[in-house]
Design a protein around this ligand. Sequence first.
Ligand code: ADP
Length: 450
Amino acid sequence: MNKLSITLRITLWYSLLMLLLVLLVLGFMVGISDSIIKSNAESRLVSTIDYNAEEVEYDDGELEVDKDDFDYYKNGVSSLVYTADFTLAAGQLPAGFPADTAFADGAVQQVTSSGGQYLVYDRMVTFKKHPEVWVRGVLPLDAVSGIAGSILQVALFALPLLAVLAAVGGYIITRRAFHPVRVINQAVESITEGKDLSRRIVMKEGKDEIHALADTFNGMLERLESAFEAEKQFVSDVSHELRTPVSVILAQCEYALSQEPATGESTDALQVVQRQAGRMHRLIAHLLTITRLEQGNFQVTLHETDVSALCQTLLEETAVLMPEHMTLRQDIPESITAAIDPALFTRLFQNLMQNAMKYGSQSVAVTLRAQSGRIALEVTDDGPGIAPSEQEKIFHRFYQVNPSRTADEAESMGLGLSIVRQIAHLHHGEVTVQSEPGKGSVFIFTFPQK
Ligand code: ADP
């Protein structure tokens, strides 16, 4: 049940309730309508005959029926007047009614004949000086139950129709009522996916609970955004502040190391300081790059560039740094152009190449492809590979699969791939990895050509 949406649950609830109500009403109608209609018919029959009985009199010894007031036929009741010896004096027997039906004063009888069922009511009217007179009322029951039948038929058709209408209408109204919740959901999802905290949930004016929820979300996003901004600014400020002292340490180390005479121990100590200061220097440079990329301070200018030519140049530069035992294979078709930022692209390319050379064992391959408006740059190595559980994490800041396996520990900081991913996003593209532990890895950067 919890898997169903609230809209469906509400609709289901009152549809079932409506169905129950319809079944109850129909059952009730079938059960009691007959008896109600019959007793109604009985009272109609009795009151008509009681009334007519007053309109029969003797005038000069002659039996007389008041033509103006005596109702021969009213409300389905046929009224008949009989003399004391049960001879029909006035009125017309309804077709099919057995004329020999016995008389019973003041009682309603139900008579069944081949013509159908009838309710019969007799009243004996007595006079002081004349023989009594019988007034008989006959009401065919078929007509009465016919009405009941047609009411039932209408109800059978109309009630379920009303129930369906209520369910459909209710579903539409509830769906509409929950529309703002879906808007909030979609907005929060797209903000989460795009990691863009500057976006807000936009909704039409309103003062209900859902609008209050959207306002709360927007307030939360605002606070999150300012907290993130403050954090980025802090990292950026700290990196800036550290740059000068670290440069001074490096310069002083260099100066001290160049001085003669140097004792063995102090030289070792100075070299350690120099190495660590160099590592700090690179870390600061990385952090500055990351915060600039995140804060959008980098002047990203995507312009039409010959990516093939740029890759060729970068490969020539990298080949010089390549360890001797490694081979470089390349498949770079000519004249592939795309809108890129050459400086950022270079950074991405170098980071991927440095990793491939760092982790690969014998060979590195670089291929460039253009297909259906998208460009793919692939850097393949035959290194240790990356376990599936690590493949997403390696793009996180400071994440290293196993720092001790890195050949060049001082160089590795776990920041290279997070920069690569940011640069990929700035090119409206993405970077993914396909890897099998023990066989090697392929890093694929895909981005739109235009
Ligand atoms: P690092 O400076 O440590 O190389 P990166 O962000 O470039 O930082 O990479 C993060 C981690 O991903 C690395 O520590 C390494 O374990 C793993 N990694 C990156 N590239 C490769 C590769 N080509 N082969 C195997 N593992 C890799």
